[in-house]
Design a protein around this ligand. Structure first.
Ligand SMILES: [Zn+2]
Length: 99
């Protein structure tokens, strides 16, 4: 897992740990104020990736004061994960700095 990620003007620390997260069914958590994303250590790779994107979608929503339900967040995360995984050329194209 990456140690941090940049999102807009923010840098979020990404922490993977086995400690209990609030709520027994939570796979991850995030906090805009602390600028931290916490992921459960025991997650399989695919679930780790979708959970990270789920938490990123929460941060995007929070940064823009958009109220979304957990299902909305999940659907966005799954869509973005599919986009990233299936469009490497697009990701390379988008990632290029404009000069
Ligand atoms: Zn959530």
């Amino acid at each position: 897992m990456v140690p941090s990620l940049k999102l807009c003007e923010h840098t979020f620390q990404v922490i993977v740990r086995s400690a209990e997260l609030s709520g027994s069914r939570n796979l991850g958590s995030s906090n805009l104020h602390d600028q931290k994303i916490i992921l459960k250590k025991e997650l399989p790779h695919d679930v780790m990736c979708s959970t990270l994107l789920h938490e990123v979608m929460h941060m995007v929503a929070d940064l823009n004061s958009i109220e979304l339900g957990e299902q909305d967040i999940d659907n966005l995360a799954i869509g973005v994960l599919s986009l990233i995984r299936n469009n490497k050329e697009l990701i390379d194209y988008i990632s290029k700095e404009v000069v």
